[in-house]
Design a protein around this ligand. Structure first.
Ligand SMILES: NC(=O)c1ccc[n+]([C@@H]2O[C@H](COP(=O)([O-])OP(=O)(O)OC[C@H]3O[C@@H](n4cnc5c(N)ncnc54)[C@H](OP(=O)(O)O)[C@@H]3O)[C@@H](O)[C@H]2O)c1
Length: 178
């Protein structure tokens, strides 16, 4: 069955960005240059789904960091062509979480990297997330864009592994209980 996989960093108080989308508090950390397991993670993925907010933050990245086909969920951008340099690698679609996963499943994807706070929350609400690798950064931002939010019911998680890096970053790998 096709499942969603999250690999994301938050402040200790659970924010993925400041309210205005700023993630310099994350990017400015020298310790991020340490290996935190992104390469082996993305190496296991067949495709990626991200929200329009995350697309806005990553669209200029050069080199493009995602070696798998990327689906950007956006009512605003749906139907538009991606920038020429990302042709064949990025598609803009207006699909609900289940429909996006069904489309990727039909294309043969089993493991889908899901990114963006709003998108992750909508996939969690639909039971489409299989695993979460959460890296907590030892900073309190007080406010910002949250990773988690309201749910129709509790979601139980099983801790598969936890690792504290010398930098103070703590990474926890969870499987979503079914
Ligand atoms: N800390 C980290 O590791 C990390 C990781 C990723 C992102 N970020 C940061 O997080 C910010 C973006 O996150 P975000 O929570 O604001 O937005 P997001 O989830 O990336 O994007 C949300 C947007 O996606 C579109 N959308 C389409 N279908 C959707 C669906 N089913 N569910 C939800 N949204 C859907 C909507 O835009 P339309 O109006 O176009 O439809 C919505 O406004 C950026 O600042 C980025 O830098 C941080």
């Amino acid at each position: 069955m096709t499942g969603g996989y999250v690999f994301i960093a938050t402040s200790l108080d659970g924010f993925i960005a400041r309210q205005d989308g700023d993630i310099s508090w994350l990017l400015a950390r020298d310790d991020l240059a340490e290996d935190h397991g992104f390469d082996p993670f993305i190496g296991r993925m067949d495709a990626m789904v991200m929200g329009a907010g995350t697309w806005a933050a990553v669209q200029e990245l050069d080199p493009w960091p995602y070696p798998v086909p990327v689906l950007v969920l956006s009512r605003r951008l749906a139907g538009q062509a991606p920038p020429a340099r990302l042709e064949g690698r990025v598609r803009f679609v207006d699909l609900a979480p289940e429909a996006a996963m069904e489309m990727l499943a039909a294309e043969g994807a089993q493991r889908v990297y899901v990114d963006g706070g709003q998108v992750i929350r909508s996939f969690l609400r639909k039971g489409l997330i299989a695993e979460i690798i959460l890296t907590q950064v030892p900073v309190l931002l007080g406010q910002g864009l949250p990773l988690f939010g309201p749910l129709p019911h509790d979601i139980d998680l099983k801790l598969l592994a936890s690792h504290a890096f010398p930098s103070g970053l703590v990474q926890s790998h969870y499987r979503v209980a079914r």
